[in-house]
Design a binder for this molecule. Structure first.
Ligand code: G3H
Ligand code: ZN
Length: 322
């Protein structure tokens, strides 16, 4: 089914508005129903545009049919809310033209083709192949240049390479992408590579971001690996029997600064996983008699609504931008 029949929009207009308004559209990953419900509830409540996204691995875990129908249900809720918030359905970290095509078939309005591990020319070739067929259906395409370290969907990359700003114009021109994910120091997952206990990532490379902005005026940039991983939830996990170490997130003031510049889409996945785990652990250990899953998934969903709403209001500044 084409995404317009469901009610989704592609990211074009969303990003134009975000660029002009100095904010970023949240791109929240989902891997289960409660998470998706929380994303939709928070974005309706804060009147924020939203990109709901599922990765290739999430589609495998949840099941292609469930992702498709859950996303349709989410759109139905958005519609009936009367909030008028624009909502895109995005394939995160698509790794092949086939994966992107299957997403488009399922109603995705935007796809990422991640060729960032490939040599420059191969990355361009792969990205262009996807852009060519996606654009025929008015689906927007995100490419990536530069590599992020960390664990993404169980795949570990131990090295990171900052995006070379000198290459961005050629990449965008030759591949035909609509937005570009760049590497300026963010990292995927919970255990950011090379972190010592209690350590912090080096600050994001705003000099690189500014140079990219100068070379690609008005062009939407995407940040992956942007979870903040609040100490409050790391401590809660560890206090209730978990063992998380070497956790270091991206300070929210740096994400706020990037969102005010040319970054129009910010990807957040791990913050939600951490929050869910912390709340579930707390409920189960405070009340060992609990067996009804709603008794712990419900409170986790409430905590997620608060997390997403706060990100929209205080970090990405997407609240009220309908
Ligand atoms: O594609 C998804 C995001 O890049 C995940 O980043 O692990 O920091 O939440 P995160
Ligand atoms: Zn990512």
């Amino acid at each position: 089914m084409h995404y317009t029949e469901i009610g989704f929009v592609n990211t074009k207009r969303m990003f134009e508005k975000a660029y002009g308004g100095g904010y970023a559209v949240p791109a929240y990953n989902f891997v289960n129903m409660e998470q998706l419900q929380a994303i939709v509830t928070a974005c309706i409540e804060t009147r924020s545009p939203v990109i709901i996204q599922a990765s290739k691995r999430a589609r495998e875990y949840v099941g292609r049919e469930f992702v498709r129908h859950m996303a349709q249900a989410a759109m139905e809720v958005v519609r009936s809310s009367g909030s008028g918030i624009p909502c895109a359905l995005h394939l995160d970290h698509g790794d092949s033209p086939d994966e992107c095509a299957s997403g488009i078939e399922d109603g995705f309005s935007s796809v990422m083709i991640d060729g960032s591990a490939l040599p420059f020319d191969d990355n361009i070739r792969l990205t262009k192949e996807v852009a060519d067929f996606a654009h025929r259906l008015d689906v927007t395409v995100e490419g990536e240049l530069g590599t992020l370290s960390g664990v993404e969907e169980e795949v570990r990359r131990s090295t990171s390479a900052y995006t070379d700003p000198k290459l961005v114009e050629e990449f965008v021109k030759r591949s035909g992408v609509d937005s570009l994910a760049v590497s300026i120091g963010t990292a995927h997952g919970l255990n950011k590579v090379g972190m010592k206990p209690g350590g912090q990532l080096p600050p994001l490379r705003f000099d690189i971001l500014e140079e990219i902005k100068r070379r690609l005026p008005g062009f939407p940039i995407v940040l992956h690996g942007s979870s903040a991983l609040p100490a409050k939830y790391v401590d809660m996990v560890n206090c209730y029997g978990g063992r998380l170490s070497d956790v270091a997130g991206i300070p929210e003031e740096q994400i706020r600064e990037a969102a005010a510049s040319c970054v129009c889409k910010v990807n957040i996945a791990s913050d939600a996983l951490l929050t869910t785990t912390a709340v579930v652990r707390k409920v189960l250990s405070e009340d060992p008699g609990v067996f009804d899953t709603r008794k712990y998934l419900g409170p986790a969903r409430e905590a997620l609504v608060a997390l997403y709403a706060r990100k929209n209001r205080e970090v990405l500044k997407s609240a009220g931008r309908v």
